[in-house]
Design a protein around this ligand. Structure first.
Ligand code: ADP
Ligand code: MG
Length: 483
């Protein structure tokens, strides 16, 4: 349990997250308009999205299917009967004057998400519900000095709001929750999880309490759009609340914003100013009734999800929990690894993928899809190590060139003459030369200074440009020095 130290002792942070995830679908939730990101303002708006009088919403079956698929991926209860409600409020970028959402009867009920924590342990967080709703338009305040423009492209785009139980107890857990949820959504193909483009946004609910006490009053930090910001906002907000309580104050339930330049949360509105949305069932839409067989078909079509894949990697490839977790975090990484591991030593494959490859990709700011080294070529490099053509050390050098040029390992080894020397007499020759050049060190070694062995190995490797087979160098050197 990770507590925060205050003036008056330990404090526990309690966190619940509401994540808005944009559904991957070519058309909007209730209209046929396109949903592509980055289109010219107001180029993807139908009369329904612009709320022209007399227009009627028509449910997009594919968006419903995506919500069901997501619910199944979260091992959640699928509600065969759900209802769309109007959530009434006025805002310039909401021409209908209400958002169509789901309130009392959402399409998906209780589920769960297993968190993979940095220390290798897991923890299950409850999902309260998932409901479908429309996104609003966007107000553009930076296009004109005295006017605000409205872009309705986003108006009516399908969102899934995924609400968690207040089960998280640290910023790390909240970060792990968003990462895991995003990973599941991407595996399912129901949301691209792109937080910079706003496809995934978090409302972060934070309260603090003394361990064992009932839950404290929470504040909700709205619209946080990166995992780093989620974690920073929680850290800040928990400390702010602890300070207030320790100074004898009390927490007002309010909505706050994360200021990404000042690194503080700021009040947006208090509970007293909170909206009364006057929810009621939307009379334009029939209750949503799902066929159990249809849901069952979707269930059968689900891909292998990260938790199952992780368990399989640990079982079949004997990978560590940590390595398996890293590899399954994205499907593209897992696929890459499996292509490399096929017919090869999986542990070696995992080391190369999670070590060298991910290290280089990270440094270059590249995704695995953009890797200059294909899975096939990395496999080729590992084969050269396995059949003793090159040593592990030379392989790292070869990999560096592969990453720069995209060339095949075998071609680089030939071109640069990096083949390992496994010829006994050649290695013996180098060793003899090194020993002859260092008679004083040889004498010291023989009189008991064992540590000098490493020095001789280093000299031989230097003389052979690192190409001597290390095992053979060790063996012959031992024989010659002790003999
Ligand atoms: P609302 O509908 O007003 O947003 P909910 O009860 O649905 O309120 O809760 C919204 C989110 O707040 C959920 O993710 C829930 O887990 C979280 N939450 C509720 N109580 C607390 C609390 N005391 N501390 C932190 N988070 C909380
Ligand atoms: Mg809320």
């Amino acid at each position: 349990m990770s507590y925060i130290q205050g003036e008056t002792g330990d404090w526990e942070v309690v966190i619940g997250l509401e994540v808005h995830a944009q559904v991957i679908s070519n058309a909007k939730l209730f209209s046929g308009s396109a949903t592509e990101f980055g289109a010219a303002p107001n180029s993807q708006v139908s009369f329904v999205d612009a709320a022209f009088p007399g227009m009627l919403p028509v449910i997009n079956e594919y968006c419903v299917e995506q919500a069901v698929r997501t619910g199944l991926g979260l091992k959640a209860q699928i509600n065969l009967n759900s209802v769309f409600d109007r959530k009434n409020y006025f805002y310039a970028d909401l021409p209908q004057g209400y958002q169509i959402s789901q309130f009392l009867q959402p399409i998906v009920g209780k589920g769960e998400i297993v968190l993979d924590l940095p220390d290798g342990t897991s923890r299950t967080v409850g999902v309260t519900r998932l409901h479908l709703e429309q996104d609003a338009g966007k107000s553009l305040h930076d296009q004109h000095p005295s006017k605000t423009y409205i872009d309705l492209n986003r108006s009516g785009v399908a969102l899934m709001e995924i609400v968690s139980e207040p089960d998280m107890r640290s910023s790390e857990e909240a970060g792990a929750y968003v990462r895991k949820l995003r990973s599941i959504l991407r595996y399912l193909g129901t949301c691209d999880g792109n937080m910079e483009e706003g496809s995934m946004r978090c409302d972060v609910n934070v309260s603090v309490r003394k361990p064992g006490d009932p839950f404290g009053t929470r504040c909700e930090i709205k619209n946080v759009n990166s995992i780093r910001f989620v974690m920073q906002a929680i850290e800040y907000e928990a400390r702010r609340q602890i300070e207030i309580i320790e100074e004898g104050g009390k927490i007002d339930q309010e909505t706050r914003l994360w200021d990404t330049t000042k690194f503080v949360t700021r009040s947006m509105r208090s509970k007293e100013e909170a909206h009364d949305y006057r929810y009621f069932p939307d009379p334009d839409l029939l209750p949503l009734e799902l066929d159990a067989d249809w849901v069952e078909d979707i269930k059968k079509s689900l891909p292998e999800l990260p938790d199952d894949k992780k368990a399989r990697f640990i079982e079949d490839y004997k990978l560590s929990v940590y390595d398996a977790g890293v590899l399954v975090s994205e499907k593209s990484k897992a696929d890459y690894f499996e292509a490399v591991a096929k017919g090869r030593d999986p542990k070696l494959a995992s080391n190369w993928v999670t070590g060298e490859l991910f290290g280089y990709l990270n440094k270059a700011g590249k995704e695995i899809e953009e890797s200059p080294v294909s899975a096939e070529n990395l496999g080729g490099l590992i084969d050269l190590i396995a059949d003793n053509t090159i040593s592990g050390r030379i392989a790292k050098e070869v990999f560096e060139t592969m990453f720069e040029t995209g060339e095949k390992a075998a071609d680089i080894v030939e071109k640069k003459g990096l083949r390992q020397v496994t010829d006994t007499s050649a290695i013996e020759g180098s060793i003899d030369a090194v020993l002859a050049a260092n008679p004083d060190k040889v004498a010291e070694f023989r009189s008991g200074k064992d540590k000098l062995f490493g020095f001789f190995v280093g000299q031989v490797m230097k003389a052979t440009q690192g190409k001597a087979n290390p095992a053979m160098v060790n063996e012959i050197l031992t024989k010659k020095l002790k003999g």
